[in-house]
Design a protein. Structure first.
Length: 252
């Protein structure tokens, strides 16, 4: 975290955010990317990858995607619950809608809800069962990352942390569930499934066929992808990842 200290500079962040299509003062827009950024920083890009990778994987690709979505939702709910009153009073373009106290409370809620050993993951295991003897290391990493962000907020302002999270979210995981780009990913994904002649499939080894039930109900499938892909059956998520390559859709 500390190796990135130089990137926590408003002068450095502002022009890059503009290049990404994000106004540096639009705190509301920045915070729409923050949950995915926090999930990537504290959850996904951690020892969890060791549990996921290799022949002794403890968590499959589909289970990982479902857990990522559920974790992003926890961060989203924690942030926006805390911001509610400030949003109403200050508005999305005011730096006053976010401060260190709001971040501290939001991060505290998220740490308990997302990283406790008792948390039940979408595929049924608790986080403690998944992590085993390494759960404490995993939870400690998240605690340290969130604590480091709070230190930056105290030194440079909560708005700078929002800028950094907005940039990280849009550049690194802007195609994840919960970001402003996700609805466009879903629509392009479904359009391509419905068009076996799309040139996309030439690069993907051919059209995968239609998704398994209950995702053959296209309206239901779209709604679930948009709102709660973590609640999709594992076989449907497997189809999305391995057969239809949803993770490779970037051109939105």
């Amino acid at each position: 975290m500390h190796s990135f200290e130089s990137s926590f500079d408003a002068t450095f962040l502002r022009p890059i955010l503009v290049e990404q299509g994000l106004h540096p003062d639009d705190v509301g827009a920045l915070l729409r990317y923050a949950p995915a950024a926090l999930t990537h920083l504290c959850w996904r890009n951690t020892i969890l990858e060791d549990w996921h990778a290799g022949p002794d994987s403890r968590i499959s690709d589909a289970e990982m995607m479902r857990a990522n979505v559920a974790t992003s939702r926890i961060f989203h709910q924690s942030i926006w619950y805390e911001i509610g009153e400030a949003w109403a009073n200050a508005g999305p373009l005011s730096h006053d809608m976010i401060d260190v106290g709001i971040l501290e409370q939001a991060f505290s809620f998220a740490l308990v809800d997302a990283f406790s050993a008792e948390r039940v993951l979408p595929h049924g295991l608790t986080l403690g069962e998944l992590g085993g003897d390494e759960w404490e290391e995993f939870e400690g990493h998240a605690d340290r990352q969130l604590g480091a962000l709070l230190e930056v907020a105290e030194q440079r302002g909560a708005h700078v942390v929002a800028m950094w999270l907005g940039l990280r979210g849009s550049r690194v995981v802007g195609h994840w569930w919960g970001t402003p780009k996700w609805p466009f990913v879903v629509d392009k994904f479904l359009d391509r499934i419905d068009d076996p002649g799309d040139r996309w499939w030439q690069n993907m080894g051919g059209h995968p066929g239609q998704p398994p039930a209950p995702a053959d109900d296209r309206a239901w499938f779209r709604t679930m992808l948009l709102t709660a892909p973590d609640e999709l059956p594992t076989k449907v998520v497997d189809y999305c990842i391995h057969d239809a390559a949803i993770g490779f859709i970037r051109d939105v």
